[in-house]
Design a protein around this ligand. Structure first.
Ligand SMILES: [Fe+2]
Ligand SMILES: [Fe+2]
Length: 312
């Protein structure tokens, strides 16, 4: 009886996602870009996410440049993770192929939206490259990362995905929406992205719980290890890209910084990236709430211990 009630509730949640997804659906050119380019006199990523306020020795123009570099990487990071998210969503849709057709439709829309988002982020990268000085590079390769991620347990991939889609919303609501002094196009990109991601976070939760219910205790315990491995892999990517972005800043800033300041720049960019892509998500109350329902206290402590050096 409980199972039937759950599936009725789930179907109505999938149906709600479809309804909202149809209502808010947007077009890259007509709604988001609208023949605009980036205004390089404006910041991209808000200070609350970029942590440039910690770098008191930078001029306002240098802070703006750091914000633009981080904002460019922010868009590229979403393009990166959406490769494996789209693939995993298509994969788990198989559990609904001959079952709940409403759930299947919701997941098909989800993966279609992630394909559109990847196209949007590729467009933005080309626009940023055309306006900003040469030398920037986004190093992680979407397919290589996706191959590694998709080799892990589905439970762990859905946990990582749920965390990403929840922090996407948290960043928009708390840091991006209230900002009036950032580039309007960059801001609109993340407004429109947030609108579609709101449904994705609900679907992640449903699919993650459905997957969780399939697992034995031993399988779940191994999946917790996989989640820890995935977070470590994300951190590895962040270290590489923080170093690359600091290097690019130093190359185009137009003045030399002493060794101490270079060290602080690099540490601050890494701290910002860890906040953006790991810490803000794992501290999200909704994420913690869903996770806590699935795992034991000992497993929660294992995850906490693995995160401790990253949270710092
Ligand atoms: Fe997306
Ligand atoms: Fe998404």
């Amino acid at each position: 009886m409980q199972t039937i009630l759950n599936s009725v509730t789930d179907t109505s949640r999938y149906a709600k996602c479809i309804e909202v997804s149809k209502r808010i659906r947007w077009d890259i050119d007509q709604d988001v870009i609208r023949n605009r380019g980036f205004d390089l006199n404006q910041r991209f990523l808000p200070d609350g996410l970029s942590r440039v306020g910690d770098l008191e020795f930078l001029t306002p123009a240098e802070r703006r440049l750091i914000s633009q570099i981080q904002g460019r990487t922010y868009a590229n990071m979403f393009g990166l993770v959406e490769r494996f998210i789209g693939a995993k969503v298509l994969e788990v849709s198989r559990y609904h192929w001959l079952g709940d057709q409403t759930a299947l439709e919701a997941l098909v829309r989800f993966s279609d939206e992630e394909l559109k988002h990847q196209e949007l982020f590729r467009r933005l990268e080309r626009m940023a490259a055309a306006g900003m000085p040469e030398g920037y590079s986004f190093l992680p390769q979407p397919n290589e990362v996706a191959m590694a991620v998709l080799g892990k347990a589905t439970w762990a991939v859905l946990a990582l995905t749920c965390h990403i889609e929840l922090f996407t919303q948290a960043h928009y609501r708390s840091s991006i929406a209230p900002e009036t002094q950032i580039d309007p196009l960059w801001k609109d990109v993340f407004l429109y992205h947030w609108r579609e991601e709101s449904q994705h976070a609900i679907l992640d939760e449903l699919e993650w719980q459905r997957e969780d219910a399939r697992l034995t205790a031993e399988e779940r315990d191994r999946a917790v290890d996989d989640l820890i491995d995935l977070v470590a892999a994300v951190d590895g990517i962040l270290k590489v890209q923080a170093a690359a972005d600091t290097h690019y800043f130093l190359a185009v800033a137009g003045r030399a910084f002493d060794g101490d300041r270079v060290t602080r720049l690099q540490a601050t960019v890494l701290k910002a990236y860890r906040w953006q892509y790991i810490v803000s998500g794992v501290q999200d109350p909704r994420f913690i709430g869903i996770l806590r329902e699935m795992i034991t206290d000992a497993q929660m402590q294992r995850i906490g211990a693995a995160l401790a050096p990253i949270i710092g």
